[in-house]
Design a protein around this ligand. Structure first.
Ligand code: FAD
Length: 564
């Protein structure tokens, strides 16, 4: 219970995250108010995308200072963590979306929204080319271009099929709201097909074999939702085929949920085993046809094929074509994901920012730089530092690289403390640099790639809007914190992610959660925590009420199994 209340408080207070540096510097330098207003022309900010990153940027941006234009092919914001609930009708699709125009109307100032897709960023001319959603209609069709002073790319990512043959044609995905709605219809179709009179039992069995490829949080949550839907609703509606239903989760790694703490992985595997959900680990899918899924099984690499009724492909994300094209323009063609610096500015570009799933903060050089700080402190090249020198270096590193502090877990602190003691437990006079660098290298691997989650995207959006809100003021007050990578200072603190934990709903009113500080929580109470957090995190009171009433409706009337 104590963990429950602790997490609830954490989630309720969590919001933005990082304050822009100038916040604490407002008394120094020329106040923004003294700047000649006539000389200041509103800069145009173009925002691509209305997902977690784009909307959190817009919700916190001071729109009176900028001419803001938003481009997105979806005129709504979707609360993606509840998409798996939409696939089985636990929550209705319209309950988790909020119209973008409603969100931007609440802002003091004008924001223009264009329902279109950006198809090209012309970085050399500060322009983007867009294709409207109404390409084939007589009115409102055609391409248009927009100029920008600042471009904020928040277009998210697309599904990653790893070029596996047949996946695009024969699998379902769970990335967008349309995917979730389609999946809901297809699950019901499988049952309606399976009860047709002219089928053999084997054919019914195949129709009711649901395969989920990918044992990450989305795949696992979908499998759990589907299992609940079958057990609580469909077995009563289709009693004649209830014993023929099978759910299989295929995972290439050794465990499902392997990005979570191993206690959560094994709890999930045991729960799935009890529920009769088959988990096949060490299997790599090599092709999917409309009838079969073919995979290679480790360690020997035998190939086997399994017939299916429906396959859901949930194996991670990749870069969208428009971002890939832009990467080539800014000299990032050899990278997998668009790289930004710690202030979320695209490397190789002056006025383009990227956040959320479409970008990653490039931290490759950080370890080299930390190594250089140690080298400079080790004046006699002995490979060791005195305890005092060590503590000074540690302070320096943490000031220059505040993110590191957030990732130092108890385990790392224990490792550092061990370095300060000799094998007999007495205080050392000198500290081995290599040993400390190894501890940092482990921490660095944790910080290297932030997870592609809504939590990261939302924090980045809030951070960037705060930087934009203080951009003008900071021009007159440029002395910010020391730069980490090069000489001089930067006007803002770098982005630092705060991890507030992560959930994995496992069905049967049970969930698992990874909490800040290496602790975990699992079981029924965690499911109630999940309900509270996800209700509190809704983007508006309207969606909050709709989601809670959908959950209540499901408890009272069960889920609706109509195929509409
Ligand atoms: P998105 O939210 O994907 O938004 C991208 C936006 O860009 C969309 O509005 C899209 O329409 C728009 N766009 C696309 N192409 C273009 C273009 N060419 N031009 C202009 N606009 C474009 N994260 C969590 O933290 N917790 C969870 O429980 C969780 N559960 C998830 C469950 C599912 C099923 C899925 C799919 C994801 C889940 N995530 C979760 C991950 C989370 O949804 C993503 O990390 C988050 O959406 C990333 O935000 P984003 O703004 O970068 O991208």
């Amino acid at each position: 219970y104590s963990t429950y209340s602790k997490l609830l408080v954490l989630f309720t207070v969590s919001g933005g995250g990082v304050a822009a540096y100038s916040e604490s510097q407002s008394e120094v330098g020329t106040p923004a108010a003294e700047v000649n207003q006539d000389e200041r022309k509103k800069k145009r900010v173009v925002v691509l995308g209305t997902g977690w990153a784009g909307i959190s940027f817009l919700k916190n941006l001071d729109v009176s200072s900028y001419d803001v234009q938003v481009v997105s092919p979806r005129n709504y914001f979707a609360f993606t963590p509840l998409l798996p609930s939409v696939t089985c009708g636990t929550v209705e699709a319209r309950s988790i979306v909020e119209p973008v125009r409603k969100i931007i109307k609440k802002r003091n100032g004008e924001i223009q929204f264009w329902e279109a897709e950006c198809i090209k960023v012309d970085a050399a001319n500060n322009k983007i080319l867009c294709k409207s959603n109404f390409e084939n209609s007589a009115v409102g069709s055609g391409d248009f271009s927009l100029e920008y002073d600042y471009l904020v790319i928040a277009v998210g990512a697309q599904v990653n099929t790893f070029n596996t043959p047949g996946v695009m044609e024969n699998c379902h995905f769970l990335k967008d709201l349309e995917d979730a709605q389609q999946l809901r219809r297809s699950v019901i179709d499988c049952f309606e097909k399976a009860v047709l009179p002219n089928l053999t039992e084997e054919e019914r069995r195949i129709n009711l074999h649901f395969v989920v490829v990918g044992g990450g949080p989305t795949g696992v949550e979908f499998a759990a939702e589907l299992h609940d839907f079958l057990q609580e609703d469909l077995v009563n509606i289709y009693p004649m085929v209830k014993d023929l239903v099978k759910i299989t989760v295929i995972q290439s790694g050794d465990h499902i949920l392997n990005m979570f703490d191993e206690r959560i992985s094994s709890f999930a595997e045991q729960k799935f085993q009890r529920d009769g959900i088959e988990v096949q680990t060490g299997c790599r899918v090599i092709s999917v046809s409309d009838k079969e899924i073919t995979m290679k099984v480790k360690p020997k690499g035998e190939v086997c094929s399994v017939p299916h009724g429906l396959v859901v492909w949930s194996t991670g994300v990749s870069t969208r074509p428009v971002v890939r094209d832009f990467m080539e323009q800014v000299g990032q063609a050899n990278r997998r994901v668009l790289a930004t610096d710690e202030w979320l500015r695209v490397k190789g570009s002056e006025n383009v920012y990227a956040l959320g799933d479409c970008a990653t903060i490039d931290q490759r050089k950080i370890m080299e730089d930390i190594g250089a700080i140690f080298k400079a402190a080790d004046k006699d090249n002995s490979g060791t530092l005195t305890v005092q020198e060590f503590q000074d270096v540690m302070d320096d590193v943490l000031i220059r690289y505040p993110q590191l502090g957030l990732y130092l877990r108890n385990k790392h602190l224990r490792d550092v403390a061990d370095l300060l003691k000799d094998p007999e437990g007495k205080d050392r006079k000198e500290v081995d640099i290599e040993g400390f660098k190894q501890v940092l290298a482990h921490v660095d691997s944790l910080t290297k790639s932030l997870p592609a989650t809504a939590q990261v995207a939302a924090q980045q959006g809030t951070y960037l809007s705060r930087c934009f809100n203080r951009m003008e003021e900071s021009k007159h007050n440029p002395e910010g914190p020391r730069r980490f990578r090069s000489s001089g200072r930067h006007q803002f603190r770098p982005f630092a992610y705060k991890h507030f934990g992560q959930f994995a709903p496992l069905g049967g009113e049970q969930a698992a959660a990874e909490l800040p500080g290496d602790s975990v929580s699992m079981g029924h109470s965690t499911q109630w925590l999940w309900y509270s957090v996800y209700a509190s995190k809704q983007v508006s009171w309207r969606t909050r009420v709709l989601v809670v009433s959908d959950w209540t409706r499901r408890f009272i009337f069960r889920r609706d199994s109509s195929r509409i």
